[in-house]
Design a protein around this ligand. Structure first.
Ligand code: GDP
Length: 301
């Protein structure tokens, strides 16, 4: 948590500082509200949430009258927290409560967003929690991706199932779930292919992976990995994926590399599912459950 705060704060506190200094002005005139809106938009919050927040801040500062810096800070935190929706269930469904076979987690995303890394780190988190994991390297179009995942598997103590280069991703995913059943592990974590050169190609692949896996039982979680530094582009990707599969959670990577923390709220809004995990660096320990309060603290300072 402390790490999350310091990582986020490094890049994000400028947003909070900017907002607080604007809100502290003697007179909150239209120009000031426009400036506030601009700060929010440049933090990738998106138009809808920006307008909601500005509206709430207008009302509350009006009621407040004179404003101390501490009051403003608290007020801003409260309103941002509402937008992040702290009530959403953010647990990654990695355990079947009924014990009926392994929970199946599909990890999807466009190449380069940090999908394989996130899969490996998630395996590490689960294993540190006492779970057992099989990794499925269903990104068969890049031999390097399977190698990378297998390296993670060896490092964290998970069996990795992989196919030959160019093998059918769905067959590898199927085999990974079969293996997970055979070994009696808790979770099958499947890294899927992320080619987005043709939208239909990706749709076919990912959709097929899910359908084939479902022959052995339900898919419990579909995590979409998005790169926080790509801003609106990430939202475009999210829309494409949403057409193919029901996404159940978002893993937002590279949040350490952006000052645009508003993207967390924007993607949640866009997809209607919570950000469950955040990537805060390249290290093995740099994947954290998303903590709304800590996030807002880091944002506002
Ligand atoms: P994939 O193509 O989506 O599977 O992407 P990879 O998992 O290979 O990751 C691409 C690059 O992003 C690698 O250099 C990772 O170390 C890096 N990366 C992944 N997650 C994060 C993160 O949260 N923060 C930072 N700074 N880098 C990350």
């Amino acid at each position: 948590l402390v790490r999350l705060r310091s990582r986020l704060a490094r890049s994000n506190s400028a947003v909070g500082k900017g907002l607080l200094s604007l809100l502290s002005r003697d007179k909150l005139d239209e120009d000031t509200w426009e400036e506030i809106e601009e700060v929010l938009l440049t933090s990738d919050l998106g138009i809808g949430p920006t307008q909601e927040l500005v509206e709430a801040l207008r009302t509350r500062t009006r009621v407040l009258g004179t404003r101390t810096p501490d009051e403003l800070r608290e007020l801003l935190k409260e309103e941002l927290l509402k937008l992040v929706d702290p009530e959403l269930d953010r647990t990654v469904r990695s355990l079947r409560e009924d014990g009926e076979g392994p929970a199946v987690v599909l990890v999807a995303g466009v190449n380069g967003v940090g999908k394989t890394t996130t899969t490996g780190k998630l395996a590490r988190v689960l294993i540190a929690d006492g779970r057992t994991v099989v990794l499925g390297a269903a990104d068969t179009f890049r031999a390097a991706a399977a190698d990378q995942l297998e390296t993670w598997g060896d490092r964290v103590g998970a069996t990795t199932v992989r196919g030959a280069e160019g093998a059918d991703p769905a067959s590898v995913a199927f085999e990974a779930v079969r293996k997970a059943k055979e070994l009696g592990v808790d979770t099958a974590l499947i890294d899927t292919a992320g080619r987005l050169h043709t939208k239909t190609g990706l749709m076919d692949e990912l959709g097929k992976v899910k359908r084939v896996v479902e022959k052995q039982g339900p898919v419990d979680e579909v995590l979409l990995v998005l790169d926080a530094t790509t801003g609106q582009n990430g939202l475009v990707q999210a829309r494409v994926f949403r057409e193919v599969v029901d996404i159940t959670g978002i893993a937002l990577t590279k949040l350490d590399g952006t000052a645009k923390g508003g993207i967390v709220i924007a993607v949640q809004r866009e997809l209607g599912v919570p950000v469950k995990l955040v990537g805060l660096g390249e290290g093995a320990d740099d994947l954290a459950p998303f903590d709304p309060a800590a996030f807002v603290d880091a944002l506002v300072g």
